[in-house]
Design a protein around this ligand. Structure first.
Ligand SMILES: [Zn+2]
Ligand SMILES: [Zn+2]
Length: 154
């Protein structure tokens, strides 16, 4: 398996919006997935289960900012957090064709494919080992490689 560090979207959303209200040293739980966290330094959050640390950062555009959590050790995720958020929120309804992330300028191509008999949106960008799709999951859907997709049970 690859070395990437997975960060749940629910945890990221919680920490980006509310993390700044915890004091350094405070422990807290993500209210959606119950992951345990601790504020280890200003704007730095340590996941208790594996000790991974994430820092709150911002990408600054001409008229807005996108706050996100980045792995404190500098390891890049295979998909930028802005792209993940946009594809999970809007990807299903995007028309097939090109999409450029307004935050990080990554170029994506969307198409629709059949996986396990279901029509699913598929997203590609340069440098990915395989295209991604949206995996329905709890507490939230997430992006997976098409080979890891499993159809929802119901
Ligand atoms: Zn969570
Ligand atoms: Zn992006």
């Amino acid at each position: 398996m690859s070395e990437r560090v997975i960060l749940n979207d629910c945890c990221e959303d919680w920490i980006v919006q509310w993390g700044g209200f915890y004091r350094v040293g405070d422990a807290f739980l993500c209210p959606e997935c119950a992951t345990e966290w601790r504020t280890s330094a200003p704007a730095t959050y340590r996941r208790s289960s594996d000790g991974h640390e994430f820092e709150r950062r911002e990408r600054v555009g001409p008229q807005d900012r996108f706050p996100y959590l980045a792995a404190a050790d500098g390891r890049e995720p295979r998909v930028e957090r802005c792209c993940t958020k946009i594809l999970l929120t809007h990807g299903d309804r995007m028309p097939d064709g090109a999409f450029v992330c307004p935050v990080c300028s990554t170029s994506w191509t969307k198409r629709s494919d059949r996986l396990h008999g279901l029509r699913v949106p598929v997203f590609e960008k340069e440098g990915l080992a395989e295209p991604l799709t949206i995996q329905p999951g709890r507490p939230r859907p997430f992006l997976v490689g098409v080979s890891e997709y499993s159809p929802p049970r119901d």
